[in-house]
Design a protein around this ligand. Structure first.
Ligand code: GDP
Length: 448
């Protein structure tokens, strides 16, 4: 993205392209109000007032719309902004955007609105990243957590840590610059402050693993012999008919993936039945290889056998492949049992994928194990970039603490404090280079 073009007026469709009640076109930049007046044939579009009218191309009516005018700096981007709400069909939205572009705006690039909001200090970088997280959240829990960062929870915490380090650094500088008037701070004071800051950083970093899990979700593979009911379970868990279910062994030849919301996004992987058989054709053989791989890559394996047939040696062969992974044993088809179910393994989830008896218990068990991946209380959501900055800040503080323990010259300690502060500035974007910035906003969608 080219920063020189920053102040051109930009326009894009901000709602998904599809059929819906309303579609939104957003225009941002100095010319936005002028363009809106021209295409609606209105002399006045007062900021903060909802206006109603038509969008015209020449004398041709394009759509009846609602116009929301914003004046700088009171807008999302901090610039003059116009939002046009038109009818939500793909073509009508495109037609309105077309008229806007013909009248002086250029198409917005990915994330350009949020980037302008950041450059105009409407958001810091951690909040801008939270916007992207919020839009792409795979679960409602992650959306809630991202909203916390959008409201500035992480930014506030970083500012607090930064404030503490800054105060110590200022005292060191004063002691160095005015040795006659200002006493350099006690080493015990330095140690206490550095330890405090490291503890706070550790508190944020202790949520890194659960942050990653909340963001990316976990992979759960369903494995077992052909025909035990894996695809049926897959469909039952997702409440849909995604996987093909037949009684012909080897129907699921590839790996099917879908996302299930269990608080954490669960990528459910239905694998081809694992079967050692010389009649297996090439395609199924590849499927079986995939299954072994999926089981290996999965965070959790659901190993399934047919309770009505009992656990046999073929089941055991598959069980041996997955037994060292985190797994749940599922005995399916309990509806076909004549007598009581006698589990082979302790803690087996007995169910019927057809009648759905036992399905909720399985979901609860899955949730329990997934939460064990440490989701307890995710106080701070961070992404890899932010975690990396925090780790670098921590390293600088550890060096400063070591130096304070050895009562080294405070000039040297000051250098480490400066680099700790720089790492924190990168999180909120006070110090950031164009490449990193462009990399962040290039991942956004157009219109955001
Ligand atoms: P997969 O090869 O392991 O994926 O098995 P499928 O899900 O394709 O199921 C194989 C057959 O078993 C189909 O005819 C299903 O309808 C049937 N089936 C699956 N689960 C159950 C169940 O819980 N009870 C009964 N009675 N039949 C089931």
């Amino acid at each position: 993205m080219n920063i020189i073009q920053e102040f051109e007026t930009i326009a894009a469709i901000s709602t998904p392209l599809g059929t819906g009640g309303v579609g939104v076109i957003r225009i941002s930049g100095d010319k936005s109000h002028e363009i809106a007046k021209k295409i609606t044939k209105k002399d006045n579009l007062p900021a903060g007032k909802i206006c109603h009218g038509w969008v015209y191309e020449g004398d041709k009516k394009i759509d009846e719309v609602v116009i929301l005018p914003f004046k700088s700096p009171n807008s999302y981007t901090g610039e003059d902004v116009i939002e046009i709400q038109c009818h939500g069909g793909i073509n009508v939205v495109r037609n309105v955007l077309d008229v806007v572009l013909k009248n002086g705006a250029r198409p917005a690039e990915r994330g350009e609105y949020t980037k302008r909001a950041f450059l105009n200090k409407k958001l810091d970088l951690s909040q801008a990243e939270a916007v992207d997280d919020l839009i792409h959240a795979k679960t409602s829990e992650f959306a809630i957590q991202s909203a916390k960062n959008l409201s500035g929870v992480l930014a506030k915490k970083i500012a607090e840590i930064k404030g503490g380090i800054f105060e110590v650094a200022s005292k060191i500088v004063a002691g160095i610059d005015f040795p006659e008037d200002v006493k350099e701070p006690e080493y015990s004071y330095l140690r206490e402050n550095f330890e405090g800051a490291i503890k706070e950083i550790d508190r944020i970093l202790s949520c890194a693993k659960s942050s990653d899990i909340l963001r990316q979700g976990v992979k759960v593979a369903v494995v077992g012999r052909p025909n035990v009911g894996k695809s049926s379970l897959f469909n039952a868990l997702l409440n849909l008919d995604r996987a093909i279910v037949t009684d012909i062994a080897g129907t699921t030849r590839d790996v099917i993936k879908e996302t299930l919301d269990l608080g954490v996004a669960v990528t459910l992987i239905d694998t081809a039945g694992i079967r050692e058989d010389e009649n297996i054709d090439k395609v199924e053989e590849i499927g079986i290889e995939y299954s072994k791989q999926s089981a290996k890559d999965a965070d959790l394996v659901i190993f399934m056998y047919d309770a009505s047939e009992g656990f046999n040696s073929a089941d055991d062969e598959i069980y041996q492949i997955i037994k060292d992974k985190k797994h749940i044993v599922v005995a399916n088809k309990t509806d076909l049992l004549n007598g009581d179910f006698i589990p082979v393994f302790e803690d087996t989830a007995a169910l019927s994928a057809v009648s759905k008896d036992g399905l909720n218990e399985l979901k609860a068990k899955m949730k329990e194990i997934i939460c064990d991946f440490s989701l307890e209380d995710t106080e701070y959501i961070t992404n890899k970039r932010q975690q990396n900055c925090l780790e670098r800040c921590r390293e600088s503080l550890i060096r400063a603490l070591d130096a304070a323990n050895r009562e080294e010259l405070q000039d040297m300690i000051y250098i480490d404090l400066k680099s700790a502060l720089l790492s924190l500035d990168e999180i909120t974007g006070e110090v950031i280079n164009d490449d990193i910035l462009n990399n962040i906003f290039d991942h956004f969608c157009i219109g955001k």
